[in-house]
Design a protein around this ligand. Structure first.
Ligand code: PTJ
Length: 246
């Protein structure tokens, strides 16, 4: 979607910036999303723009949780929608999850623009617009979710979530899967499964694991979910950043 040559050393990061800019222009991404992207890019640079083995293990555990779930929901914000719309639809299809638009800076225009954008990328029903339930402990706009979506979910995947909402969802007893490049962020810290990786790599990777595990029996999925240790994965990501093995 750009003219950036594929062999440019910073190809992926330039494509990412372009998608976020286009998202802002299309009314999908918030202006704060530009700042979030900059922060993410800095962490990705320090991680060497690669998927650590511990992040791959997290993606596999996330896939196992999504496949085990009674009602899995993939939460979508303005950055996720701009960066990986096709990949979010493919993941939801692979694990039988609902897609729900859930915004930090909620406006009706952006809710509708994101739902339309996801449908243009192949989504069926997109939740979030009813907003007929609340997540306790959050202020009005940020608490709004669908009663038959996130409110009912037992497993929620929240890419690039803000810390307050990540903590509030986790307090509700849901299994929370977070994608966030910053291992020190509160979202990553409260997650049952923190996937410390770029959303561009993480979402297709969770889908690939889910497809590979499609025929696994429940005890096998439960074993994969139970063997993953969040604290160890966060420590590993922080160690990789500090070691700076670029
Ligand atoms: O569309 P909205 O209104 O829901 O707003 C979405 C943003 C992301 C703007 C909002 O949730 C926000 O302000 O989030 P924060 O508090 O800036 O946190 C975003 C986190 O995502 C930070 O820890 C970043 O390091 C991380 N991040 C940014 N880009 C990526 C990322 N993680 C993975 N992949 C990325 N591409």
């Amino acid at each position: 979607d750009t003219d950036i040559p594929a062999d440019h050393p910073r190809h992926d990061s330039l494509v990412t910036r372009h998608r976020i800019e286009a998202g802002v222009e299309a009314g999908i991404t918030s202006r704060q999303g530009l700042i979030a992207e900059g922060r993410g890019e800095a962490f990705d640079y320090l991680l060497g723009e690669r998927t650590l083995p511990s992040a791959d293990a997290a993606a596999r555990a996330a896939a196992a949780h999504l496949l085990l779930a009674r009602h899995p929901v993939v939460s979508v914000n303005g950055n996720a929608a701009a960066l990986v719309p096709d990949e979010l639809v493919a993941l939801a299809d692979a694990v039988g999850a609902d897609l729900e638009v859930n915004l930090f800076n909620r406006t009706d225009e952006r809710m509708r623009a994101i739902a339309t954008h996801l449908r243009e990328h192949g989504a069926g029903e997109v939740k979030g617009l009813d907003a007929d339930a609340r997540v306790p402990g959050l202020d009005h706009a940020r608490a709004r979710v669908d009663a038959d979506g996130i409110a009912d979910a037992d497993v929620v995947l929240v890419p690039l979530e803000d810390g307050d909402r990540a903590a509030a969802l986790s307090d509700l007893g849901k299994v929370e899967l977070v994608i966030d490049l910053n291992p020190l962020s509160r979202s990553a810290q409260v997650a049952d499964v923190p996937v410390v990786d770029n959303i561009l790599r993480a979402v297709p990777n969770v889908t690939a694991h889910a497809r590979e595990l499609a025929n696994a029996d429940r005890p096998e999925l439960e074993r994969i979910a139970a063997e993953f240790d969040a604290a160890t994965a966060l420590d590993d990501a922080e160690r990789a950043i500090r070691a700076g093995e670029l």
